[in-house]
Ligand binder design. Sequence first.
Ligand code: PMP
Length: 427
Amino acid sequence: MKSYQEMSKEELLQEKESLKAAYKEYQKMDLSLNMARGKPAVEQLDMVMDILDVLDSKSEMVAENGIDVRNYGEMDGIPEAKKLMADMMGTKAENVLVFGNASLTIMYDTVSRSMTHGVCGSTPWCHLDKIKFLCPVPGYDRHFAITEHFGIEMINIPMTEDGPDMDMVEQYVNNDPSVKGIWCVPKYSNPQGYVYSDETVKRFAALKPAAEDFRIFWDNSYVVHHLYEDRQAELLDIISECEKAGNPDIVYEFASTSKVTFAGAGIAAMASSKKNLDFIRKSMTIQTIGYDKVNQYRHIKYFKDLDGIKAKMKQHADILRPKFEMVDEILTKELEGLGIGTWTKPLGGYFITFETLEGCATSVVKKAKEAGVVLTGAGAPFPYGTDPRDFVIRIAPSYPTLEELRQAAEVFVLCVKLASVEKLLEA
Ligand code: PMP
């Protein structure tokens, strides 16, 4: 098969005409498909409905330490929830605080608290002239939205298959005291599905920050979200690596059960050092008299322990895996050898990243939309919504049904081809 780059102008023009005809056919179908957000499918949510059966009016409602989960108090979370979330993150219960229904809120609050009250006694960030965060790209748009919201300057750090470019990270963190944080999704990263290597984790733990209030924001949201039983990625525990490196305070880790039970109605937690947690507890006592311990208790009754979570994740994987594989199959069948795109093949998480020819991503997303397929906006996985090379597209295969996904992926490849032909004809 000839790649598009090898085609003559005439061949490209001919290809363009036949692609346009096919595109028009799709437009006539009045499709309304969505591959934009990483939402669990209805089928996945249905599969967890029995969590609502574990409590009723006759339930005991007493945590293992004897406290009544229906009442105020136990601000850190009930002990068994701390243990469950610690086991999920691969750390110790003493390092964990359990919060409310979503981890993004904890991340927002953590940045917000640092702005207004500093970090463990340092100057509040809002009193400093310049605050910067490092942003591995492509990354999670909602992370970047938080730092943008607080006027924090964001610096792009290229991702590799092993994690962020650590030479660059070290260069910034170890030399620039205005660099206060970095956003990381270390396992099955959003959107590439990459997993940080042991060396990357160790280099993070061994950072020598120029700023005493620098922190790594380690968003381990896909920690148990494997697609394959026999090919599960392993990630080193950042908390113990930081302890070993003599840097116990430089990391906050976040996780939730949003994509284990119900999105937005799960439980969320943070893990960190005693010093950091003690500082955070001080604000927490002002913010709340306690989070939703009934939901924590419900999750404990439902899962019992980490094995319960793992068993549920296997069921989620059985629904998600065919979707990822179908997208990969269609991309391979339709695009392999054409020289107009590459894509990741994640072993977990919720996303696939597609890279177009430079300057084509916006055009692909627009064309797809006009044919009834909504994709995540081009540029979204970058700070300020700007992809400097306009070539990254995040594909979220989880929500549509398999049949919808097939159609959406077929429209997508057609749009990639059409945008590429147009680009090459421009040159
Ligand atoms: N972090 C990442 C990397 C995510 O992809 C998502 C969900 N898309 C979240 C956090 C949101 O987690 P939560 O529901 O716990 O706020």
